[in-house]
Ligand binder design. Structure first.
Ligand code: GAP
Length: 513
């Protein structure tokens, strides 16, 4: 199946099976805002639990907080968001459509990549088994020509972004002959900066009201609570503070479903360390976070690091963990070495000392920070895209199955009476009443057993247990496994032992090195 089709199918599957709905659906939706349905919320909660427990439960020196969405407006001045949390936007005068200038140029870079990959694929076909890809890439004049154009554009683009040179961004768009995808013309406006923070007012009277922002990241809630947590928790450096919560960004171009949203959720952890140790800790967290992702079993080849060559002025190392989405490798998580920038800024703007007295060094310093920041919704999307399968069955039918890691699946066990009479429903309910304390079970009696299996496959339920007439005599059920579709007769009293170890978050955590 073409990757574009996979993505479309995932989007409609999410809606059809209660994972993700457009927000305000009966009012035709609200741009780039989504609601999680009955299955989506379970999967999302499981992702959050996997992250939270891997941070807070697995590390003695990491604690969690839950800070408010509204924060003192000066915080966003100190963090740089008021002045610099901008996207460069450009309008096409013919289509009246608005674009992010940087995204138009990034798409152009991707076009060069595509051309190169096409050349390589053609050569691979032509030369067959004797094809030496590395050598071809190095020696093919066409590949080299495209590569040089790409590199030149990349360099020019990075410089323009770093210098916030809006005129140069526009000139790049003109020079590269980038056209509006809707009108096909090059009738562009100037490039302007657009701040991504949502503003609202706090207070009831016009004179007393002041502007507050919906937080664009959860991290600042951690920075401004650093002292509270360090003191009340008697935390010694190195230590971390973790938080999961909503963030809001007025994205100009919101696309690709839940990949880029205006209201989304982040899982962030700030790790406070001694200055000078940051590059070692950066390396540790880089590896730790990649291991967390790969532990889900989606295949190491579907992840890669994207190290930033151009760094923000306060960062001295940064990388993204990218996952192979149906629309290419995309950032799911960022890991940044942020020096002492944020704490120092808050110290300066608040006038409060945010120094740590190091009992070993017998000196005070503003701690350095390594940040790990992952989007819950992007993680959700990567899990859905990887798990969605269409399988051809021996009888010619196709089954749609979500091969979710069992620990993330919304429902772990569906219990189904063969018929809705003769005491079978009561027996099925008894099983659920017993097991529901240990994992999420669902009772399902409607339609044929085959249809019920398909329904559970489509939401990723790893186990189905069917109660039949024999169950009433032998105390056994037919247990059916989602991925293999194999069935076996097992004792009701053994169900918990068979299932529980494979479906809990603990089972995932135990596999983490
Ligand atoms: N505190 C650092 C920070 O916020 P970021 O790279 O802007 O860094 C971190 O965001 C993560 O948040 C991203 O890797 C992505 O997973 C998620 N994210 C950012 N913007 C998003 C959006 N508009 N919609 C969904 N997820 C988003």
């Amino acid at each position: 199946m073409a990757q574009e089709d996979v993505f479309k199918k995932v989007v409609s599957h999410c809606k059809e099976y209660g994972f993700v709905f457009p927000s305000s659906d009966i009012y035709d939706g609200l741009g780039a805002v989504y609601d999680y349905g009955q299955n989506g919320v379970e999967l999302k909660n499981n992702i959050k639990q996997y992250w939270w427990q891997s941070m807070v439960l697995m590390h003695e020196n990491i604690v969690g907080i839950d800070s408010a969405i509204f924060m003192h407006p000066t915080i966003w001045k100190a963090s740089g968001h008021v002045d610099a949390f901008n996207d460069p936007l450009i309008d096409n005068l013919d289509s009246k459509k608005r674009y992010r200038a940087d995204v138009l140029i990034e798409d152009q870079l991707a076009k060069y990549d595509e051309k190169i990959e096409k050349e390589v694929a053609k050569a691979r076909k032509r030369f067959g088994e004797s094809f030496d890809e590395e050598k071809y890439r190095e020696t093919s004049p066409r590949v080299q020509e495209e590569l040089q154009k790409r590199e030149a554009l990349h360099e020019r683009f990075s410089k323009a972004m770093n210098d916030s040179n809006l005129e140069e961004l526009r000139q790049i768009i003109i020079d590269e002959e980038i056209v509006c995808p809707i009108s096909g013309t090059r009738n562009w406006t100037e490039v302007r900066q657009f701040n991504l923070m949502f503003k609202t007012e706090m207070g009831s009277t016009a004179e007393g009201a002041f502007t507050v922002y919906l937080r664009p990241e959860t991290a600042q809630g951690i920075f401004v609570n650093y002292l509270n947590v360090q003191k009340t928790g008697r935390m010694k450096i190195p230590f971390g503070i973790a938080q999961i919560g909503k963030a809001f960004r007025n994205e100009i171009v919101a696309r690709q479903f839940i990949f880029r949203m205006r209201e989304f959720e982040q899982m962030e952890m700030q790790f406070f360390i001694k200055p000078g140790t940051e590059l070692d800790w950066f390396d540790t967290w880089r590896k730790t976070r990649m291991a967390w992702h790969q532990n889900l079993g989606f295949g190491a080849e579907n992840y890669r690091f994207h190290d930033h060559d151009k760094l923000a002025h306060y960062a001295n190392a940064a990388t993204d963990i990218e996952f192979r989405m149906p629309f290419g490798f995309k950032e799911v998580e960022g890991i940044h070495s942020r020096t002492n920038f944020d704490l120092s800024q808050h110290e300066a703007y608040s006038g409060k000392s945010i120094k740590y007295f190091d009992p070993e060094l017998k000196e005070s310093y503003v701690p350095y920070v390594i940040e790990t920041s992952i989007g819950v919704d992007r993680m959700f999307l990567s899990v859905m895209c990887h798990s969605y399968c269409e399988e051809q069955l021996e009888n010619g039918e196709t089954r749609v199955v979500l091969k979710l890691p069992a620990a993330l699946a919304p429902v772990k066990l569906a219990v189904m009476p063969l018929v809705k009479k003769d005491g079978l429903p009561e027996e099925a309910r008894k099983i659920i009443d017993d097991l529901k304390f240990h994992f999420n079970c669902q009772y399902d009696e409607k339609d044929s057993i085959g249809k019920r299996y398909r329904r559970q496959d489509a939401v990723g339920t790893p186990y189905c247990a069917t109660v039949d007439y024999d169950t009433l005599n032998d105390g056994c059920v037919t247990l059916r496994y989602r991925d293999t579709m194999q069935q076996e007769r097992v004792k009701i009293s053994d169900l918990r032992g068979i299932i529980e170890d494979n479906v809990t978050i603990t089972s995932l955590l135990k596999k983490l090195k």
